[in-house]
Design a protein around this ligand. Structure first.
Ligand code: HEM
Length: 169
């Protein structure tokens, strides 16, 4: 009897349960192993990052004017980073149209990435930080280019350069 059971288990190993709910469980598991990231860490990354964004003199007001209730925004951003970093497919949205009308220019993206790199370095192991930072840089470049293109097409002016105290804060 033992013999039969052993043979069966050798022929058909028990499937490894997915580490998180994911549309692509194996890929998510591989990414978690490779980067050291997991959902709890991405949640700490998102919350820590937006704490800094909200306190920032340059970026804070851009968000404050558009977000009253931070709960749903943070949840959406955790889903977004889960999809981007771990390919879970949890985010179903379209970030680009939300950004096109924003009064932002190159310095806003520079600051956004500074705060993101800082937080990722604190919250994630080095391989995980590199992974999310590289993705953030690519998406930031793409959003920025689309904003500039839409602005040129619509003949809209870029926002004024921030005043000296804002730059220094
Ligand atoms: C200058 C830099 C940025 C500013 C000021 C900014 C600002 C904002 C604001 C105000 C919203 C809320 C819009 C709304 O609900 O009406 C938003 C949403 C969002 N942002 Fe950004 N953002 C910036 C860069 C980025 C970058 C680099 C990423 C990705 C790496 C990103 C990803 C998102 C996503 C996924 C959403 C949610 C869109 C949805 O509702 O599904 N943002 N952003």
């Amino acid at each position: 009897m033992m013999q039969v059971l052993d043979t069966e288990s050798a022929a058909m190993p028990a499937p490894v349960p997915p580490p998180v709910s994911s549309a692509r469980p194996q890929m998510t598991a591989d990414l978690m192993a490779r980067t050291g990231l997991d959902e709890a860490m991405l949640e700490r990354l998102v919350h820590g990052f937006y704490d800094r964004v909200r306190a920032d003199a340059l970026l804070g007001p851009v968000f404050a004017e558009r977000i009253d209730d931070w709960g749903p925004h943070l949840e959406r951003m955790v889903e977004f980073w889960s999809s981007v970093a771990l390919m879970t497919g949890r985010y179903h949205g379209a970030p680009m149209p939300k950004h096109l009308p924003l009064p932002v220019a190159a310095e806003h993206f520079v600051r956004w990435l500074e705060l993101f790199r800082l937080t990722a370095g604190e919250v994630c192991p080095p391989a995980g930080a590199d992974w999310v930072i590289e993705r953030a840089e690519r998406i930031a470049t793409s959003i920025h280019m689309n904003i500039e293109t839409a602005r040129d097409r619509d003949g809209r002016a870029a926002p004024p350069t921030p005043s000296e105290p804002e730059r220094l804060s």
